[in-house]
Design a protein around this ligand. Structure first.
Ligand code: ADP
Ligand code: MG
Length: 327
């Protein structure tokens, strides 16, 4: 079973950012409105994620670290209509299989919290302790028992940047959550949790850029677009600032990026790319999120139609903002 967990871990936990992603998603699912992330050495030595969510009860704690233990799916039909970010019940078991994990948590209705330590997947110790509502998980010595994975990690700085990038994307898509990231004792991200995306954008890009963004608010059934696109002063020669979310989930999709560029046709050069922080809403039946455990790829069914609607939506927004003129 330990071996199985290690293998499963290899699917889900590839590098420090995988841990941060899973723990942040759990915090979000737990209803937290504050998340603190602390990493050391790019997350290789230490990753802590602390939230003020619902916590885990003393009795449920060992179960939460078992493979395929999830509190988020009641029936098999739920798989079709996933609202929570996690649903596989693999994250905690996988993380604990390849690292040393300490968890402190208190479930809201309980008076006392619990503290538990896992080492290479084994529960070493669990006891009650006083704690605030919420959960703090600390992951140390990632991949200490899987040398092949350990060797595959990048330099600390690179791993840190990957973690910061993920935290930024989650901060954009969860503007109501206050997210703080601390790397080697330096605060590198601190959002206010106001619930306004533009406040997060200001935090990340500065006020000048934020002032050059055009709000998106477009609906063409079954698609809805919100967020922001850049005006012609914010064209870039890279695509890093084209950020897409589908139903609140950050995704990578080259066809959407291409469609965004095409919406600016006639107004930007081949090597130029507009900024876009774009939330796409689509009915769940048009998506397949079950494609990979790491879940950054989402398969859009009927993608070319979606891209066409998307491009029309952006184009119309630019026209309405008098940025472009179509004849
Ligand atoms: P999944 O998120 O797919 O359910 P995980 O392995 O990530 O699986 O977590 C297992 C279970 O542990 C969750 O279903 C949830 O009940 C509980 N859990 C994990 N993290 C937290 C947290 N930060 N706050 C509250 N409950 C949590
Ligand atoms: Mg999870």
């Amino acid at each position: 079973n330990e071996t199985i967990n290690k293998i499963a871990a290899g699917e889900v936990i590839i590098r420090p950012v995988s841990v941060v992603k899973e723990l942040m998603e759990n915090a979000i699912d737990a209803g937290a409105d504050q998340i603190v992330i602390i990493i050391e050495a790019g997350g290789k030595n230490r990753i802590t994620v602390r939230d003020n969510g619902c916590g885990i009860s003393y009795d449920d704690l060992p179960l939460a670290f078992k493979r395929h233990a999830t509190s988020k799916l009641d029936t098999i039909e739920d798989l079709e209509n996933i609202n929570s970010l996690g649903f596989r019940g693999e994250a905690l078991s996988s993380v604990s299989a390849v690292a040393k994990v300490q968890i402190i948590t208190r479930n809201d209705p309980e008076e006392l919290g619990s503290l538990a330590i896992f080492d290479g997947g084994k529960l070493i110790n669990q006891r009650v302790c006083a704690y605030n509502r919420g959960t703090e998980i600390t992951v140390r010595d990632l991949f200490f028992n899987t040398p092949a994975r350990r060797k595959h990690m990048e330099k600390d700085k690179k791993e840190e940047l990957i973690v910061r990038d993920l935290a930024q994307k989650i901060a954009i898509s969860h503007s109501g959550i206050r997210i703080q990231v601390n790397c080697n004792d330096r605060i590198v991200l601190d959002t206010k949790g106001t619930g306004n995306v533009i406040d997060v954008v200001k935090e990340l890009y500065g006020v000048d850029i934020a002032n050059n963004l055009i709000p998106l608010d477009y609906e063409n059934k079954p698609m809805k677009l919100t967020g922001f696109v850049g005006n012609l002063k914010t064209l870039r020669n890279h695509r890093e600032d084209q950020i897409f979310f589908i139903n609140g989930r950050y995704i990578k999709n080259n066809h959407l990026a291409q469609a965004l560029d095409e919406a600016y046709e006639g107004y930007c050069m081949k090597h130029q790319h507009p900024m876009g922080i774009i939330f796409i809403e689509l009915p769940g039946r048009m998506l397949d999120v079950n494609i990979h455990p790491a879940k950054t790829e989402i398969k859009i069914l009927n993608e070319s139609l979606v891209c066409l609607l998307f491009k029309q939506g952006i184009r119309e927004t630019l026209r309405n903002a008098n940025l472009i003129v179509d004849v």
